[in-house]
Each structure stands twice: as C-alpha cells, then as structure tokens.
Design a protein around this ligand. Structure first.
Ligand code: 13P
Ligand code: SF4
Length: 352
C-alpha cells in the first residue's frame, strides 16, 4: 500500500502520469556516486527501481519547500537517498525546531511526526503512512497516566517520547533513550513515574538512586531479545562486540558490551571501530552504519520494526505530490504536550 487511504495501483498510475520514473542512463549516471555508498546494502536490480524515485523526490522537495527528517531506523535508500536530516528521536525533535522549510516530511513513526508538529504548529507536517505506529505509544492512555498520578501523589511523570500527544499532554517532562537518566535525576522528588516502557525504566532505575515506578509497555522489536540470544551470539561470533538499545530487557543489557540510544550506538561503532559488531536493535540501522564504516564487519542479530518499514520511497513521493497525510493535533492537547517536549529540550540546554 502507498498509504492507508490510497490503493497502490491508483497511486502508482497517478505518479507515473506526473513523473518520469524510468531508470534511464542519465538517472543511472546522476545517482552513481550515491549508489557507490550503499552498493553493499542495496542490490543493483533494486537500485534501478529506487534511483528514479530518489531523483524525483529530491527535485520535488525543493519545489514544495519541504525538508525530510528521517529516523536512524529508515532503510538505506531513504537514509542516504532523500533524508536532509537523520538522527535519533531527540536529535529529530531538536532538528524540527530549527528547520526553515514550510513542509516537514517525517520518515519515521507517527509519534515522531506528532512531535515535529507540536514544535512547529505553523508548518505542514506530513507522514507518508499514518499507520506507522509503535507498540509503546499504543500501550498507554491519558486515563492510565491520571490513575498512576492518583496512586503516587506528587511524583513527577517522565514520559518517553514514544507516546501519543494526548499522553504527553498529561506529562511533566518527556525523555528519550539518550537523556532518560539525566531527566530522571533532574526532576524534583525521590519517586518518579517513568512511562510507558518498563524496560527503559528498569534499565534507568539501575543507574539512579531514585525510586522508579513504571508501566507495562514494551517495544515489540526489542522485547523479544533474551540473555540467551546474547549468549548464542557470543558463541557464534567469537570476538564480536555486541551492543543493544535500552528498550531491551535488563538481563540483555547486562550481557552486552554497550547500550545506548540509536545515535549512541552509531557513535560507539564509529568511535570504537570494533573488528566485528552485532547491533541488537532494528536491522536497517545496522545496514546504515555498515555503509558508513566499511572497516567494521557487521553480523546479524537484529529485528525489523514493521511500523518503521511502512515508510518507503513510493509513499514519500506520494506524500509530497499530494500533501498527505497531514498531522494535526487539537490545540487543547498540543499546548500541554508541547510544553512537556520543550521542557525536555531545555533540560539538555541547561546541562550542556
Ligand atoms: P531512539 O530515541 O534511540 O532513536 O529510539 C527510538 C525508537 O523508537 C527505538 O526503538
Ligand atoms: Fe516503537 Fe519499537 Fe518500532 Fe521503535 S522499534 S518505533 S519503540 S515498535
């Protein structure tokens, strides 16, 4: 499907009427340098399909005054081909406050596009497929948060950005996996309600003196990894370094060599340059880092996020062509939700 509302054949037919999507010798020559960067990740037969879309998207985004923000989990053809800015959730939220273009196309999941809209109420924010959800975001409602507040009166609510705007609206301050500890340590009080990821909360609890109470949410991609998987990876790939995202269960995090946000993991590989590495996270990110660090051997120990994978070059082009699907957040929710995200961003400014 191109997106939730438009049948694939209709959208493809309409795109082909407006744009030349053939892999001509000129398109091949124009995209040759780009292909050189990703040739180990993308087979040549697939490039023939992607290259015309990449060329067309890059021309159209200029015409439409659009910028493309892409999460580290997007596929190499998006990450290297059309993204203007790439990063983890925190970096994308900060980048969203700085862009000059009037249209933001968010290549990531729905909560990321919503965060960009909160920070840019006057801009048009598009997501190529609004069904790109997140198991963490769908695990909790504002009513659940209010019930926790009643159970722990006075405890601040620190909410992972992987939540909907209406949950952020009943939050004191947001966090991401890269600043969770800093935020928990920085808020008032000895007991902190940290929602909705039980594993990020448990992994943070091990590093803080504060009492953390959490919610039973989990990332469907990272919760499936076990300590036994790590043992098996160590046996299969002797000498390889194993690194993981803190959405994994605590016994997995205890068993690996490093844990950090998506950008934290990328930076670790680029700095440490291990001979061999396994990235226990989403597979496209491993491909993207592999393209940038050819001296490191990347071994597979990853899962795909089905929500991130809903975004593709075709629906990005469709999104730019039609101006859909536009993200809207009612102002009574947007105001308090924006304040919770801005408090998080300001936290970082205070401490650096
Ligand atoms: P990061 O904030 O580390 O980019 O993580 C977002 C996410 O959805 C990981 O599953
Ligand atoms: Fe959500 Fe997990 Fe996918 Fe990240 S990887 S978007 S936390 S389901």
């Amino acid at each position: 499907m191109i997106n939730a509302t438009v049948p694939l054949d209709k959208a493809r037919a309409e795109l082909a009427e407006h744009y030349d999507l053939s892999f001509s010798p000129a398109v091949k020559a124009e995209t040759a340098d780009l292909y050189d960067r990703v040739r180990d990740q993308i087979p040549e037969v697939e490039w023939a399909f992607y290259a015309p879309l990449i060329r067309t998207i890059n021309a159209l985004k200029k015409e439409k005054d659009a910028v493309i923000l892409a999460h580290n989990y997007q596929t190499p053809q998006i990450f290297f081909g059309v993204a203007d800015f790439v990063g983890d959730s925190l970096q994308l939220a900060i980048e969203a406050t700085k862009v000059s273009q009037s249209v933001i196309v968010q290549c990531g999941v729905h909560f990321m596009a919503e965060t960009s809209k909160l920070l840019n109420p006057e801009k048009t924010v598009l997501i190529p497929d609004s069904r790109a959800g997140c198991s963490l975001a769908s695990s909790i409602t504002p009513e659940d948060v209010m019930a926790m507040r009643a159970q722990y009166p006075g405890a601040p609510v620190v909410t992972y950005v992987n939540t909907s705007a209406d949950v952020k609206a009943v939050t004191d301050v947001c966090c991401t996996s890269s600043n969770a500890l800093e935020i928990v340590d920085g808020v008032e009080g000895d007991t902190v309600i940290m929602i909705p990821d039980q594993y990020l909360a448990q992994n943070t609890a091990k590093k803080t003196k504060k009492k953390i109470v959490t919610w039973a949410g989990a990332c469907e991609v990272h919760e499936t990894f076990t300590a036994n998987d790590i043992e098996e990876l160590r046996a299969s790939y002797p000498g390889a370094k194993i690194i993981a995202h803190p959405e994994c269960p605590p016994d997995v995090i205890d068993a690996v060599d490093f844990s950090g946000s998506t950008s934290g993991m990328i930076n670790w590989v680029k700095t440490e340059k291990p001979t061999k590495v396994v990235m226990v996270t989403e597979c496209s990110m491993s491909d993207n880092v592999a393209a940038e660090t050819p001296e490191v051997e990347f071994l597979r120990g990853c899962n795909f996020c089905p929500h991130m994978k809903r975004i593709n070059l075709e629906n990005i082009l469709w999104s730019l062509h039609t101006g859909t699907e536009e993200i809207t957040v009612p102002e009574d929710i947007a105001g308090p939700a924006r304040a919770a995200v801005e408090r998080m961003i300001n936290f970082g400014k205070k401490s650096h």
